[in-house]
Design a protein around this ligand. Sequence first.
Ligand code: IPD
Ligand code: CA
Ligand code: CA
Length: 268
Amino acid sequence: MRDTNILTLALRLAQRAGALIREQRRQLDISFKDGTELVTQADIAADKLITEGIRKCYPDHQILSEELNPDQTTEAADLWIIDPIDGTVNYAHRHPQCAVSIAYYRDGKPVVGVVHNPFLNETFHAIRNKGAFINDRPIRVSRTEEMQRALIATGFPYTKETLPLLMRRLSGVMAECADVRRLGSAALDICWVATGRLDGYYESVKPWDFAAARLIASEAGATTGHIFPLADGVNEDLEGSNLLIANPALFERLQQILQAAEAEPAAS
Ligand code: IPD
Ligand code: CA
Ligand code: CA
């Protein structure tokens, strides 16, 4: 099984799923998972298309996918990690910032990543140690060195329990950087760091939100890590809590700002 064959399949399925979600946006059927999280019939149809496509070629591989197999264990020699639509709220509101995300991991390590935005006709891809690309052209992270010039992206979860902490983080980042964006697709936020449209990104997300994009960002020269050091034994390539990705010049300062936001302000 060659990595280029895996990439070819991931690209083909991402293109096919992209065409499907474009087509299905003409007539949307919207519902809410757990009462809060928006989902459409296209999320499920695209998940099915991708999952069946992988099973046909690699019947013994495991698949973790947001809609059809969200509970799949990540302990598998050959693991695909799929988000059929990242940016579903944008998708349902007819914004263009949405993507199909497909990653392939071998023995817990990312090997192939594809993130395809069918509305902007942009496809990001990477194979480990072979660089990162947008529409087959090589990409690199920005060279921004000063925080006051930096454009930073983040996102917010569907549930609001952690809002006070997230607001403190946002306030700390806003105070030092040029501006902040909340674009609505974690996979694209990370790919946009990879291609220098953004200088950094932080958020707590699930493996399907970041698996493909994080490989693309690291292949484009980004520093990938977390706001806090991880506990022993945690696989950093699958850990989405407190994810932090930035160009190498800004990573450490961003990490300090975000760590400082952790402490509750003292009551007066
Ligand atoms: C969401 C998007 C969003 C992020 C959320 C994710 P979905 O994924 O990536 O940008 O802020 O945390 O859940 O639900 O559109 O696949
Ligand atoms: Ca997602
Ligand atoms: Ca999704």
